[in-house]
Design a protein around this ligand. Structure first.
Ligand SMILES: *Cc1c(COP(=O)(O)O)cnc(C)c1O
Length: 453
């Protein structure tokens, strides 16, 4: 029988997170204080995050030890499987070998649990009682709500209003974990009230929900803020994915020519790709690394690399990243986790250095690819993950055209079992592609902070 699944022994979870900052040929541009335009220090972030996470945010150590308490929780779903997509290969009639790392095996169904657990742990260790956060489609909110329950903490989630109404099951899951879920914009914060005064019918956005959660954390000493993507320490926690995949590719006696993941804020991409980029930077191993984003929110392929705010209310530090402007509100594509105006500074920096490629793909192609994947591999991918599936399929078909065999590895960041409405709408022909929103983006970019000039 041919091998389909590459499993590591149960106790073979990476003992360290991999910090790519140690291997970068040029350091990241520093985050700036929005008022003074000067680099911020650890003390500026202390109202928001515990010191352990702030230290990880600025660390240049190559390996950072994973605490035993976190490993104990990881062991419920890690190491996650690496699967050879043999039936998909056959359906595509491609000479390519396609592998996917499956992160949908966590209890909440996505990679987000990999960072939610250490974030809750470090906050608990430093005495926080409550975590405040934002969520779009609800994947991050449910991961943090679970982690807060594990470490006996309260959790307050500002959920983008349109998703709050459209995705009641993710909300139900968060509430079952014991979290309180508030539709954003809300009247519980000054930022929310100001937006509601101007736009009473605002559908909300991630940028707005981040502002609300940050405001709550800053104004209460016992509450800290947690972010599910973008920041260096979040990307760091996800590197368990790629470190496992490196070992599993060895089990398969293979090595990827192409590594692919979707990018919202960049964390699952970083999780899979950074350990492979590390090999590239240290040992000169040649691998193409492809970030896939939606055409409706194309920060890497269309946004300038510039300092911008991480949120709409302009409460966060300025970070240098590929951005569409902090006031840009992306169209209502079903891949809610990819609707963010910016991109992780670390991922943006690597694009700038030419270490990675980026490609944008339209909604209909992503769903067509997701349906093909479901019918061949049996797993229903999250709409976000369908972006990676689409480009893996394109690359496999290119191998067929060129008559060459290559090894393709992609991240299946989560399952889509809570997203069936989107699949039903797709099957009913109700979904469509969005034109590139040039005018809205130009308007949002006109408001970039003037530290750039
Ligand atoms: C949140 C999410 C994403 C996008 O976020 P990244 O930080 O870019 O990984 C992708 N896939 C799934 C399943 C998600 O939940």
């Amino acid at each position: 029988m041919e091998t389909t699944k590459y499993l590591l022994p149960e106790n073979n979870i990476p003992r360290n997170w991999y910090n790519i900052a140690a291997d970068l040929p040029e350091p990241l541009a520093p985050p700036l204080h929005p008022g003074t335009g000067q680099p911020i220090g650890p003390a500026d972030l202390a109202p928001l995050f515990p010191m352990a996470l702030i230290q990880q945010e600025v660390s240049t150590e190559r390996y950072i030890a994973i605490p035993e308490e976190v490993l104990a929780v990881y062991s419920q779903w890690r190491p996650s499987p690496l699967i050879r997509a043999r039936r998909l290969e056959k359906a595509l009639d491609t000479p390519a070998r396609i592998y996917y790392k499956y992160e949908g095996v966590s209890p909440v169904g996505s990679h987000k649990a990999n960072t939610a657990v250490p974030q809750a742990y470090y906050n608990k260790m430093e005495g926080a009682k409550r975590l405040a956060t934002e969520t779009g489609a609800g994947q991050w909110g449910s991961a943090l709500a679970m982690a807060a329950a594990f470490f006996d903490m309260e959790c307050q989630v500002f959920m983008v209003k349109v998703s709050y109404h459209q995705k009641p099951y993710r909300r139900g899951l968060m509430e079952t974990f014991g979290a309180s879920v508030i539709a954003s914009p809300s009247n519980q914060t000054a930022v929310g009230r100001a937006i509601l005064a101007e736009h009473p019918d605002s559908p909300g956005s991630l940028g707005i929900a981040i502002s609300e959660a940050v405001e709550v954390a800053v104004s209460d000493a016992e509450t800290k803020y947690a972010l599910g993507s973008v920041l260096n320490h979040v990307l760091l926690h996800q590197t368990v994915i790629g470190q496992e995949a490196l070992e599993q590719m060895e089990l398969a006696n293979d090595y990827p020519d192409v590594v692919i993941a979707c990018t919202g804020g960049g964390s699952n991409f970083a999780g899979l790709a950074f350990p492979f980029i590390g090999r590239k930077l240290r040992d000169g191993v040649k691998t193409r690394i492809i970030a896939v984003e939606p055409s409706a929110c194309p920060s890497l392929t269309k946004g300038p690399f510039a300092y911008d705010f991480g949120d709409t209310g302009h409460l966060t530090p300025l970070v240098k990243m590929n951005t569409l402007g902090s006031t840009f509100v992306p169209a209502g594509i079903h891949a809610g986790g990819l609707r963010y105006h910016g991109m992780a500074p670390m991922v943006s920096h690597l694009l700038h250095l030419g270490q990675i490629e980026a490609v944008a793909v339209n909604q209909l192609e992503t769903f067509a690819s997701g349906v093909k994947f479901t019918r061949t591999e049996g797993i229903l991918p999250a709409p976000e993950a369908n972006h990676a599936v689409a480009i893996a399929i394109r690359e496999a078909l290119r191998c067929k055209e060129e008559g060459v065999s290559r090894t393709i590895l992609f991240n299946l960041s989560g399952h889509g079992n809570f997203d069936l409405q989107a699949y039903m709408d797709y099957q009913a022909g109700k979904l469509h592609d969005y034109e590139y929103p040039a005018e809205e983006i130009a308007m949002a970019l006109a408001g970039l902070p003037n530290v750039n000039s």
